[in-house]
Design a protein. Structure first.
Length: 66
């Protein structure tokens, strides 16, 4: 009976390690996803700023021509 309990405990401990490993992997992937999202957001904000600057310059030139 003691051997059976030891085997059961070992099997259950293995499941816990696998679950913890899976959770850690999922967390690492989510962190990468968030970091990539932040980079994309920064790039888009920069592109929007450049577009706004260009639009302002065009408006100034259009105003000077009148």
């Amino acid at each position: 009976m003691t051997i059976l309990a030891a085997l059961a405990a070992t099997a259950l401990a293995g499941c816990g390690v696998e679950t913890a490993s899976t959770a850690a992997t999922a967390a690492a992937l989510k962190k990468q996803e968030i970091e990539q999202g932040k980079k994309t957001m920064d790039q888009m904000q920069k592109a929007i700023g450049q577009t706004m600057d260009q639009a302002g310059q065009r408006a100034e030139r259009a105003g000077d021509e009148k």
